[in-house]
Design a protein around this ligand. Sequence first.
Ligand code: FA5
Length: 344
Amino acid sequence: MLENIKKSFSKEIKGISDLKNLEHLRVKYLGRKGELTQILRSLKDLSIEKRRQIGPLAQKLKKEIEEILTKKLKNLKTKNLELKPIIDFTKPGEKIKLGHLHPLTKIDEEIRQIFLSMNFSVVEGPEVENEHYNFDALNIPPNHPARDMWDTFWLKEPKNSKFKIQNSKLLLRTHTSPVQIRYMETHNPPFQIIAPGRCFRYEATDASHETTFHQVEGLMIGKNITLANLKGLLTEFMKKFYGNDVKLHWQPSYFPFVEPGLELLMGCTVCNGKGCSVCGQTGWIEVIPCGMVHRNVLENVKLDPREWQGFAFGMGLDRIAMMKYKIDDIRLFYSGDLRFIKQF
Ligand code: FA5
């Protein structure tokens, strides 16, 4: 009987290759109702002679089986560890590399927050515009010399384009000013908005010009809005954005869609006003072109200039960012160079 148990156990253990089956085997022989356990339990019913004869043999077999099972258990555990990846909980953690916002996105967000705090709304307009919104409605008719300033990328028009208006050609917008028209056409004054977004110009790139860049348009229309309101608002913005020490200077300028037109200049932060390539050796840099909305523009959107007035501005976001971070080349923003990007 014991001999049979030994034989069958030796045979079965050879075929065991996992912990679950090993446990089943243990239970089969040594469990509460196991084959060997039954024999050990029945010893008490045997005669003394038989007990003396079988008892030690059964105990010996039990010990042997236990030893084989323990050895097999150890083997299987080591094998399992080799298969599974070993996790070393004492190893110092690896730093997870997190990305961050692009400097231009950060500046965009900062500008939005300042204007939101001054009760402006943030709106958007399409990057693919048409000639009507980008030029004509802004008092820049065909053949007007001002169009030269905004040479652009013209687009082939798809059939049945929803942007097409009265044979108006499609283009990549050269500035965010068309959003003024779109907003005034669809909203009743009074209102105050900013419209940040991407613009495109067909021009040679240099340290302060890119073919793709960003502007933030501003527009405030109401009753009795004056140039004083414009100057007050932009001065407040500049102080909030650059700090109270920012040096500002106003000078007259010309844009067909404003009258009078102005340009807000700030002391160049790259050279601290001494003169450098960024500020054209003048110590000053033009940051916010602006002015009072031209009466022709108001009439183009069916607003009566005797009743409604307002101002508009269009700051170059890239330039604003360059002055904030003292960056001397706009092309760095778009270079994808991680040595530059990681500094922010
Ligand atoms: C305009 O685009 C007018 N629409 C601004 C305006 C709005 C005036 C409302 C009055 C009322 P200008 O072409 O100067 O103006 O461009 C405005 C700003 O955009 C510039 O001061 C400059 O910061 C930025 N800018 C223009 N061209 C480029 C370019 N190629 N690369 C980078 N920034 C540019």
